[in-house]
Design a protein around this ligand. Sequence first.
Ligand code: PBG
Length: 325
Amino acid sequence: MAMIRRNRILRVSPAIRAMVAETILTPGDFIAPLFVTEGENVKEEISSMPGYFRYSLDLTVKEAKELWGLGIKSVLLFVKAPDSVKDNKGTEAVNPNGLMQRSIRAIKDAIPDMVVMTDVALDPYSSYGHDGIVEGTQIVNDPTVEVLARMSLSHAQAGADFVAPSDMMDGRILAIRNILEENGFVNTGIMAYSAKYASCFYGPFRDALDSAPGFGDKKTYQMDYANSREAIKETMMDIEEGADIVMVKPAMAYMDIISILKQRVTVPVSAYHVSGEYSMIKAAAERGWLDENKAILESLTGLKRAGADLIATYFAKDAVKLLNK
Ligand code: PBG
């Protein structure tokens, strides 16, 4: 007769469960995205992201200090550019005194050890709301890559530790690595959004930055969610071209991709729990349909269990506070 196996023994008490837990979140797992806007003492709630704000630079620095105090070691910067500076060439993206460049300097000045990462793509600066330069109805690859490389260099010059290209143009990692090398930025890293899917879950983010595409969609450059092998191809190429960290985005509907990449690659894999994933939990919690705190920890632990070494999430601060309880 088969002996009964008492699997439940390992679940008897919180102490036993803690002892055998395979996946433990720590503050160092998180990258906190920050939205910076012009002005002073500005704190604007993003309508489709309740509880998340756009801050002017002074308050962004304050927020970054608070994050650092909680043990969060990295921020990922996005800026909201006013319409008046948007064009189809990325002029403002490479402005050495642009809001992004000023933000990098201010945060590094205030907290030199904070790992400052910066989004590299043209959408916040594009009069068309696209990640690249538009010609007719096309998003043209090679001229865009040239601007993205100069944009990355300007972020490095301002003091960014990592640039994070989120544009999905071909060949941009190599171009960025080359321009950084040529200019002596041998310690500036590249966190590549390697497997970035064309996703409806970016909706609230585009509200936050007022960066929704003015025509069409992003399906000619971001990946088709029907595919997984393509994610491997994109990621392998980014690593060959010089990516130091690769990223999967969004996260929860793409945990298979995180898991596959974790097994295949030897660089850190990061997951971006994106704006729509944040807002879904917020909305359900507001209605009393989900316990927000439990949903946060379960979601983020799941991402780490799937293989994420790092998690970019709007819940970074909430998660750390919950972990410290
Ligand atoms: C810009 C960019 C986007 C996000 C990060 N960088 C939007 C997009 O590609 O349309 C989305 C982040 C989020 O939804 O939280 N290229």
